[in-house]
Design a protein around this ligand. Structure first.
Ligand code: PLP
Length: 220
């Protein structure tokens, strides 16, 4: 299957999942995860109309997106991977949405850079819903305090929450937890669902799903 065929299938299944859940399909955005794929692989997906892309490394994105943006200025680029504070400036410059705000140091660095550059990417807080020691993200019990820190100490506007459920568990309790936390802290964005579980995430309220291999094929 080509990437464009994969894209069409994902779009169709997203629409079906939204309708089955009684939701407006237009309320769920597809973030095409293009990490590891070069510009030549991305161009057909751009030509097919996709404008929202996700990358997990700042350096990789810096290498390939400026050229693609020059020909497609309406691209919306999401950072979905971990951010080091010394890369906050590059991240603010390159990305339109940063989904991985996951500690105080990053929140402060982003606030400083956004003021310096007068550029304001939308921000999501990453939540470690499974409390996995090796995984980034704010623990569920700390989300309220962290949101308060972002808003009151850093003056940041947070648009939503993001999670990556543990690989070996059912995703639905994690998606439901993220939705509950978002309601508690008063944000509407819910970034959840990947290639194998985006339909489930849509049923549980996702406003954006992050889909890579179902579009581009398995990463090597
Ligand atoms: C790679 C990645 C995805 C996409 O994963 P697929 O299983 O290929 O759809 C989604 N979210 C994050 C954070 C990722 O790193």
């Amino acid at each position: 299957m080509s990437a464009v065929e994969g894209l069409r299938q994902v779009e169709m299944l997203m629409e079906r999942a939204a309708r089955d859940a009684g939701r407006d399909p237009a309320a769920v955005k597809l973030v095409c995860v293009s990490k590891t794929h070069d510009g030549a692989a991305i161009l057909p997906v751009l030509a097919a109309g996709c404008r929202i892309f996700g990358e997990n490394r700042v350096q990789e994105a810096a290498g390939k997106w400026p050229a693609l943006r020059a020909s497609h200025p309406d691209i919306e680029l999401h950072l979905i991977g971990p951010l080091q504070s010394n890369k906050a400036g590059d991240a603010v410059r390159l990305f339109d949405v940063i989904e991985t705000v996951d500690r105080e140091k990053i929140a402060r660095a982003l606030a400083d850079e956004m003021a310096r550059q007068n550029r304001f990417p939308r921000l999501f807080v990453q939540v470690n819903t499974g409390a996995e020691p090796q995984k980034a993200g704010i623990l569920p019990g700390d989300v309220k305090d962290f949101m308060q820190f972002c808003r009151e100490s850093c003056g940041l506007v947070i648009s939503g929450l993001m999670c990556i459920p543990p690989a070996a568990e059912q995703a639905s309790p994690h998606f439901a937890l993220l939705a509950r936390l978002a309601a508690e802290v008063g944000v509407s964005g819910l970034s959840m669902g990947m290639s194998h579980d985006y339909a489930l995430a849509i049923a549980l309220g996702a406003t954006q799903v992050r889909v890579g291999s179902a579009i581009f094929g398995a990463r090597t």
